[in-house]
Design a protein around this ligand. Structure first.
Ligand SMILES: O=C(O)c1cc(=O)[nH]c(=O)n1[C@@H]1O[C@H](COP(=O)(O)O)[C@@H](O)[C@H]1O
Length: 234
């Protein structure tokens, strides 16, 4: 089985990204390239890292009107991402437009409630209800629009996975026990998230900021050995 771990290569520097990817490639299932990398390196940078042969998870969290998002996804299609992110809050028509424009084999997953937010942050933004309730609501919206899955924290993944057989459940905000959480608020260990039904574990700084990224990735992979995912990996 391929590893469910996708390492978040969050750096603007192409050489740093390439070196990190090379160090961890034997311990991860894919590379997640997000806004920081894409803003600095664009499609050419994605192609460069794609040449390493690992799945590319293109995390641009698109959120705009349906026409704009559909055309942006069409423009990204030649990069052949395995996974692409949009924001579920963009609504049914935007989600459907993203899925319609995505290339065959690309999973379109929608971010529900960012793992950097807690209940107080949601309330401050005018969202009534808990993160768990909002994740469930946005998961239903995403599923009804024909997308492939969602991004949520480990705290919500079990409930969503149970209600959506066959969905793809991406879980970031992961920290080995005792690690610095940084700006994340809804956190869990990788093993626990996998046990609760995560299909893809997104892990950045616990690997990329470690003194030895290869050893950090190996150790996380080892921590997962006895935790079977409840759902198939992507
Ligand atoms: O879509 C994401 O990947 C994402 C969604 C979310 O709710 N929270 C979240 O942290 N992420 C991403 O997951 C990665 C987490 O990085 P670390 O906190 O360093 O492990 C970053 O690249 C974030 O952009």
């Amino acid at each position: 089985m391929t590893s469910p771990v996708y390492v978040a290569i969050d750096t603007p520097d192409l050489e740093t990204a390439r070196a990190l990817a090379g160090q961890v490639r034997d311990h991860v299932g894919g590379l997640k390239l997000g806004l920081e990398f894409f803003a600095a390196n664009g499609p050419a940078g994605v192609r460069e890292l794609g040449a390493l042969g690992l799945d590319i998870f293109l995390d641009l969290k698109l959120h705009d009107i349906p026409n704009t998002v559909g055309k942006a996804v069409a423009a990204l299609a030649p990069l052949s991402p395995a996974v692409l992110t949009v924001h579920a809050a963009g609504g049914h028509a935007m989600l459907a437009a993203a899925k319609a424009a995505a290339p065959a084999g690309c999973k379109v997953v929608a971010v529900t409630v960012l793992t950097s937010l807690d209940a107080a942050d949601l309330a401050a933004a005018g969202v009534a209800g808990s993160p768990a309730e909002q994740v469930r609501r946005l998961a239903d919206l995403t599923r009804n629009a024909g997308c492939d899955g969602i991004v949520c924290s480990g705290e919500e993944v079990a409930a969503v996975a149970e209600a959506w057989p066959g969905g793809t459940f991406v879980v970031p905000g992961l920290r080995p026990a005792g690690a610095d959480v940084g700006d994340q608020k809804r956190v869990m260990t990788p093993a626990e998230a996998l046990g609760r039904g995560a299909s893809i574990l997104v892990i950045g700084r616990p690997i990329t900021a470690a003194p030895d990224p290869a050893e950090a990735a190996r150790s996380i992979a080892a921590s997962l050995a006895h935790h079977s995912p409840l759902t198939a990996t992507a």
